[in-house]
Design a protein around this ligand. Sequence first.
Ligand code: SF4
Length: 304
Amino acid sequence: MLTDEVLREVRELKQDCIVLAHNYQIPEIQEVADFVGDSLGLCRAAQRIDKPYILFCGVDFMAESAALLNPDKTVLMPDLEAHCPMAAQLPAEVLRRAKEEHPDAAVVLYINTRLEARAEADIICTSANAVKIVSSVPEKKVLFGPDANLAWHVQRHVRDKQIIPVPEKGHCITHLLFKREHVERAREEHPEAEVLIHPECTPEVQLLADHICSTEQMVRRVKESSAKEFIIGTEIGLVHRLRREFPDRRFYPLYERAICRTMKMNTWEKFMQQLRERKNVVRIDPGIAERAMLSLQRMLELSA
Ligand code: SF4
């Protein structure tokens, strides 16, 4: 619980700085953020910034997207070492080799990818718009990476295309923690609850869901649903946001230990340090910025 004194200090320090926070950030950071959302929402929020500093509380690929969209602003991170392990699973050279093997394929990359690889893509997607983006490309064959579980989800919905995951078994280590037993136990304990599962979970777990949703789609589902209870199959941070926004509903994490260590590298102490000192500046290699920006812009235009 943040004291009035701390909140006052944050307000003063934030006068020239916007705080963007991903749904998986610690509760204290979510409390003081100007915008809390998923990768797509954060990209859109980054396009509307009217202050010279952005303190981006998330992981590397998200802050890099904000920096691409705001070349005239200073983008900071509480911890510059917050590198998403999934993004590291698709080095640019692996993607280049796949492109050589499949010259007739479109390249759609999940935003959770390093910029060097994103510079090789035709278009970027998030888990919220992956089906729509893949459906929109004219090619019948699509190289999709790095998340093979999200690729599986997209293939279920886009039957007329061949989705080739690159790498073959890319995954999020946090969402891999969810197992069939967790869903079965949660359903037994909370028989009235709707089960919402993120598409980064394995196909086995996805098939047990009532709804497969990105984090923002989970928020929307809760808003629209008449259910009073929900089992949340994604990183624990979203449960905090849902409890805050919907105090009349009940939320049960599918597995309390599904915690993304990288997201949680952004501690309150590091957050305050950057608000005060502003040293952790996100820098983009100018050699890849233009191409990485193009694939990101295409997604934003298509999902507008
Ligand atoms: S939850 Fe998974 S995909 Fe998201 S930042 Fe953590 S490791 Fe990367």
